[in-house]
Design a protein around this ligand. Structure first.
Ligand SMILES: CC(C)(COP(=O)(O)OP(=O)(O)OC[C@H]1O[C@@H](n2cnc3c(N)ncnc32)[C@H](O)[C@@H]1OP(=O)(O)O)[C@@H](O)C(=O)NCCC(=O)NCCS
Length: 168
């Protein structure tokens, strides 16, 4: 399966919206935002998502043009935490999973983060039982540093999250 890694300039907000809505619908316990919440956002919200200074995105596209995955990252703004980045919104379409797309997305995001001379640490949270995601992050060098109890609540059910970090 051939795919290329691309950035904001090579995607439309309509493609990003469709991918995100599919992600939150298929895997509700993997994201902080719900399907209903994301579906209710205006077109301006999705357009703005690709233009934010502080948040960047990396996407994967198949040879046939189909967008199959993405990951986002942003830095913390205040002075004493400005060296911290967070990785979020990680998704690869089910039919493209297990083929190295997620790893390529994360490693590309990490390479982009490393270009910031202030960047020192990247953190993320992942639902505790999400083996595929934990394995992916471990294979990119992230270490588990603790568990947050009842961090997510999806349709009345609480989920714990694993906190993972990577010192650059
Ligand atoms: C988690 C997710 C992004 C992984 O993406 P992917 O493209 O399937 O992952 P990759 O094929 O790049 O695999 C990366 C590494 O993780 C390992 N891995 C992935 N899934 C695995 C599984 N189910 N069991 C064991 N190892 C697994 C791979 O073997 C590979 O390790 P390697 O580099 O040592 O060979 C994808 O499954 C997904 O989108 N899931 C639904 C949404 C989600 O859970 N997002 C994460 C929110 S925190």
């Amino acid at each position: 399966m051939k795919f290329e890694i691309i950035t904001n300039n090579d995607v439309t907000w309509q493609e990003v919206k469709a991918l995100r809505l599919e992600a939150v619908k298929n895997y509700p316990a993997s994201f902080a935002g719900s399907y209903e919440e994301d579906k209710s956002h205006s077109d301006a919200y999705w357009e703005d998502l690709l233009k934010r200074d502080r948040m960047k995105h990396v996407f994967a596209r198949l040879e046939n043009g189909e967008l199959i995955g993405s990951v986002s990252f942003y830095y913390r703004e205040m002075m004493n935490v400005r060296h911290l980045y967070r990785l979020c919104a990680m998704y690869v379409k089910p039919e493209s999973q297990g083929k190295g797309v997620g790893k390529k997305l994360v490693l590309t995001a990490l390479n982009q983060i490393k270009k910031d001379p202030i960047a020192h640490k990247v953190a993320l949270s992942v639902e505790l039982s999400n083996v595929s995601a934990v394995k992916l992050y471990e294979s990119c060098g992230f270490k588990s540093v603790g568990i947050q109890k009842d961090e997510l609540k999806v349709e009345g059910v609480f989920y714990d999250e694993l906190m993972m970090e990577l010192i650059l």
